[in-house]
Design a protein. Structure first.
Length: 225
């Protein structure tokens, strides 16, 4: 059991420690972030950091969980709009806003993903839950945008593509800084093109895509004369 006597009551609290640890780990990675660096950044003595989190691995896991919680809670809901174009605009605007609000969290999660060999099983499991939640959000949202309730595999393909662009942009931002933003106009064009490649007849001014040609070509049974 933790001994409260070892905790400095006047030291910054756990949120301030996590803020400093998040910024450092996003910039330096797990291996490059030490307790002493976190202590210097937040002004909390190492003993207080250990009191709150137990170990460096404990801080790491807490940072990762908070990053996932913040990112997932910031994602927009089902995009509103009467037409495909309206819904796609709402979806991309919401995704871009979430990207801009949480650059440290995105870099942190992507950085951990690139360095999974150096992470523990608990952190990898936490990263997996984040990725699953993000993929489910994108699949559900794009399925609604294009009216794909009967073609979930297409919605999943659109979501995978969209998230690969988000990931690539976050990595570019890691090197280039805040001048790099999500390429919303290009992503819009690409998602529409990918939808059409799946056989959907997309008219941005209509409430739903025409799924007839694509569905028929994939699902029709051979007939005999």
């Amino acid at each position: 059991m933790k001994d409260a006597a070892h905790h400095d009551a006047g030291a910054p609290g756990p949120e301030a420690i996590l803020d400093a640890a998040t910024e450092l780990m996003a910039r330096l990675g797990y291996a490059g972030t030490s307790i002493s660096k976190i202590s210097a950044a937040c002004g909390s003595p190492a003993s207080s950091i250990y009191w709150h989190f137990g170990s460096k691995d404990g801080i790491f896991l807490a940072v990762l969980r908070r990053a996932r919680r913040y990112l997932v809670s910031s994602l927009p809901g089902i995009p509103a709009g009467d037409t495909v174009g309206d819904r796609l605009t709402a979806f991309l605007d919401g995704a871009s806003a979430a990207f801009e609000r949480h650059p440290h969290d995105l870099r942190l999660l992507l950085g951990i993903g690139m360095l999974e060999e150096g992470t523990g099983a608990t952190a990898i499991a936490e990263l997996g839950r984040y990725r699953l939640a993000l993929r489910q959000w994108a699949t559900e949202s794009l399925g609604h945008v294009f009216g794909l309730a009967e073609r979930p595999a297409v919605a999943e393909d659109l979501a995978r593509f969209m998230l690969s662009v988000v990931g690539g942009t976050a990595i570019a931002r890691w090197f280039d800084g805040p001048v790099t933003s999500l390429p919303v106009p290009q992503l819009r064009v690409a998602l529409l093109a990918l939808a059409r490649d799946h056989g959907l007849t997309v008219d941005e001014a209509t409430p739903e895509v025409d799924r007839g040609a694509g569905s028929a070509s994939r699902g029709a049974s051979p007939t005999s004369d």
